[in-house]
Design a protein around this ligand. Sequence first.
Ligand SMILES: Cc1cc2nc3c(=O)[nH]c(=O)nc-3n(C[C@H](O)[C@H](O)[C@H](O)COP(=O)(O)O)c2cc1C
Length: 334
Amino acid sequence: MSAESFDANEFRRALGSFATGVTIITTRDTDGVAAGLTVNSFNSVSLNPPLVLWSLSTGSQSLPAFQSAPHWAVHVLAADQHHLSGRFATRGKDKFAGLETDAGIGAVPLLHGCMARFQCRTAFQYEGGDHVIFIGEVLSFDYKNAAPLVFHGGRYAHATVRDPLDLQRAASAGTGIIDDDFLGTQLSRNHFRFFGQLRRALAELQLSEEDFYLLAALADQPGASEAELGESLAGIVDVDARAVSASLMRRGWIQATSSDQNRYELTAAGRAMAVRVANLARALEQQILLRLNPGEAAALKSLLARLQNVIDPAARALWQEKSAAEEIAPAARQ
Ligand SMILES: Cc1cc2nc3c(=O)[nH]c(=O)nc-3n(C[C@H](O)[C@H](O)[C@H](O)COP(=O)(O)O)c2cc1C
């Protein structure tokens, strides 16, 4: 595509193929009013002297503040700060309302919880088409180990470290289906090991995996019928809701509701047991996820959710409906 025939959207899309981090750049204007915006054009320029750059749209309402400010600060966002990115990319609102900040060099507002912060003195400003390029000398910086927020193709993304065995595994992939590159093998191995550990812990409480899931389902849906319990566990565990509920009832953990004998709820003892096993399962999850790099756990869950979207779209649609209803519910109550 030549310059004359540039389609602006296509150009934007092509630029979006360059994955970047996400930053918020803040300053204080000559009247002392805080200004800031979300920026992904940030980049390093020089190590000695320490220089960084970014570009600001000439249409930005923050332009006068940055053009006159002697100092500004770059905040590199962590993966869990995408809400902050959205807030600082929305014009017309007080972006700092309710935010806790510290005063940096030149009283520039410094945000909390970021992966890295660079406090800069404006060294140069250049015209760059419909943007102004700012080059700053870094006067001070701090950083922490965390998962970065990534922007790619116009969307937020996860960054994960490549497993050094990736290439080896792909290279050794044969035509068989039990090699480690086969998705089915990977999913089965992980499922088998994860539940092997959970089953052992449950066995100590004399609970089966089916008991665990049924208790958990009833904690989420008090008053559910056998059919509803079976439906919500379909595709998770092969459970005979009638037999399992009879067994849980014998042990005094569940009971029929007073209004309908065909619907169940947890007893006080059952609730205590449900809380205990939920804590146990979460602790096991934590133990495993802690051994991954920062961000990998979030990326893993996000990819598995995407996979489910592909493999089992009906279940995902059902789940989305349910969570949308839950989101609406609190407002409807007001
Ligand atoms: C991920 C992301 C990256 C952005 N990068 C830039 C950038 O590099 N330069 C820029 O001028 N605007 C950038 N923007 C847009 C501004 O954040 C947005 O236009 C903001 O509302 C400008 O605020 P203001 O008009 O109050 O200054 C980006 C937005 C997002 C979501």
